[in-house]
Design a protein around this ligand. Structure first.
Ligand SMILES: Cc1cc2nc3c(=O)[nH]c(=O)nc-3n(C[C@H](O)[C@H](O)[C@H](O)COP(=O)(O)OP(=O)(O)OC[C@H]3O[C@@H](n4cnc5c(N)ncnc54)[C@H](O)[C@@H]3O)c2cc1C
Length: 421
């Protein structure tokens, strides 16, 4: 009978979609698992834009990691940021100085926004990647309307009530639709000196169409649906600079109270700790069994890794890719520890790609079938509630969405900082 001391040790870094799925697949197996994260919660990133636009509260889309894996006696949780990995000595070092030895290391630290060589833009144009970012965007949006309300100058009011969203991928589209609905409905009657329905929402995409990863008819539908909500969609024009007062796009200045980033992403900096040669987006190159090329006993998955599909193109940075990889790797490692055989190759099963534009409007692409409109919107809502971790989170989100659907209201309109800061 193996004791905890002679069980194989697996260290998993990152309790996002990939790392958590891997840990859960190893739960209850004869393996000693340590799950490391710099945060004490698992975050449902796809709904961050709803926190940023006051539709949901942070606790609705986050859940303590200990609560999720607490029932597995063989999993312990360690809080800390991984700062270095000694692949020769097989040890992971954390920010607090502690070291974790491993037999197999799984790294799933995700991604962050890339500002295309302009890191200084990050200060003026946050993107929704963490709860802090989402709260910052929410504060900026709501504060801009408050400032417009007390401004005596009509031009300044217009600028403050302008929101520019950079990047026409799913994040930009979802954000634009949600800001438009916030202004047109939730804020509409609450101000005396401004009319929030006059707010300008501008979505800027450098490529020829928004939702470029979706078939063209769905992109066209999303553009029409956004325009119906009053969003101005600009394509084929790149943002040239961003500062505290707005953006310059194709030589034109647009003054804005809020600028939100939803353009490129790059791998988390932890990818560079593994000693592998990274690709242009900073991602770790993988073998078909998700082991890191050229580094023994280290695996990577999710947004930080580059996994080729059957045509050799990298799989997209999606939660479903990370979660499937994590579940596969957990199962495959447990089996390999038991029978000593090598891991089989990972195979991705596309469950469909989706984006929501607004109330009653979403798109779904299953490859063999496309959906848009009300039905796609209902499916989007059901799937997102189902994918949330935890019954209480699901119940809270369902109730809030029902309430918002009936009343057009948004309960989380809190500015969590002093107005003058
Ligand atoms: C706004 C937005 C909307 C999205 N919408 C969708 C969608 O609708 N559908 C979809 O499929 N995908 C969506 N995605 C993509 C999806 O969120 C990512 O593909 C997914 O989160 C990747 O999972 P992951 O496990 O690789 O990383 P993550 O889920 O980001 O998890 C990484 C974890 O690693 C931790 N970590 C990072 N660095 C360290 C370190 N050095 N030490 C310790 N811990 C660390 C982090 O705290 C985090 O918990 C969206 C992304 C964004 C930004």
């Amino acid at each position: 009978m193996p004791t905890p001391d002679n069980l194989p040790r697996v260290v998993i870094v990152g309790a996002g979609f990939g790392g958590l799925a891997c840990a859960q697949a190893l739960g209850g197996k004869p393996v000693q698992v340590t799950l490391v994260d710099r945060r004490n919660y698992h975050l449902f990133v796809p709904l961050l834009y709803q926190v940023a636009t006051a539709a949901l509260s942070p606790a609705d889309i986050a859940r303590p990691i200990r609560r999720i894996v607490g029932r597995y006696k063989n999993i312990e949780v360690a809080l800390g940021t991984v700062t270095s990995v000694d692949t020769a000595a097989r040890r992971v070092r954390l920010s607090n100085g502690s070291e974790l030895p491993y037999d197999k290391l799984v790294v799933a630290t995700g991604s962050e926004y890339s500002y295309f060589g302009h890191p200084e833009w990050a200060e003026f144009a946050p993107g929704p990647r963490s709860l802090e970012d989402a709260r910052r965007i929410r504060a900026q949006l709501l504060t801009s309307f408050e400032r417009a309300e007390v401004s005596p100058d009509a031009a300044r009011q217009d600028a403050l009530m302008t929101t520019v969203i950079v990047g026409g991928g799913p994040t930009g589209v979802e954000m634009a639709g949600s800001v438009a609905e916030l202004a047109r409905h939730a804020l509409a009657r609450d101000f005396r000196n401004i009319d929030p329905r006059r707010a300008k929402i501008i979505l800027i995409e450098a490529g020829p169409r928004i939702l470029a990863g979706f078939p063209e008819p769905l992109s066209d539908y999303a553009k029409r649906a956004l325009e119906k909500l009053g969003v101005t969609v600009i394509t084929n024009e790149a943002v040239e600079s961003i500062d505290a007062k707005g953006v310059v796009v194709a030589g034109r200045r647009i003054d804005a109270g809020t600028v939100i980033w939803g353009a490129g992403i790059k791998a988390s900096p932890a990818a560079a700790l593994l000693g592998a040669t990274l690709d242009r987006a900073g991602r770790v190159p993988l073998n078909p069994d998700l082991s890191v090329k050229g580094v023994a006993d280290v695996y990577a998955l999710g947004d930080m890794a580059s996994t080729p599909d059957e045509h050799g193109a990298p799989l997209p940075a999606l939660a479903q890719v990370a979660a499937q990889q994590g579940a596969y790797l957990g199962r495959a490692l447990a089996k390999s520890f038991a029978d000593g055989k090598p891991l089989p190759p990972f195979k991705f099963h596309n469950r469909g790609n989706t984006a929501i534009v607004g109330r009653n409007a979403a798109v779904f692409d299953f490859g063999w079938m496309q959906l848009k409109g009300w039905f796609a919107w209902v499916m989007w809502a059901l799937i997102h509630v189902y994918l949330l971790v935890g019954f209480d989170n699901r119940a809270r989100v369902t109730l809030q969405w029902l309430w918002a659907y009936l009343t057009y209201q948004r309960g989380a309109r809190l500015i969590m900082r002093d107005f003058d800061s």
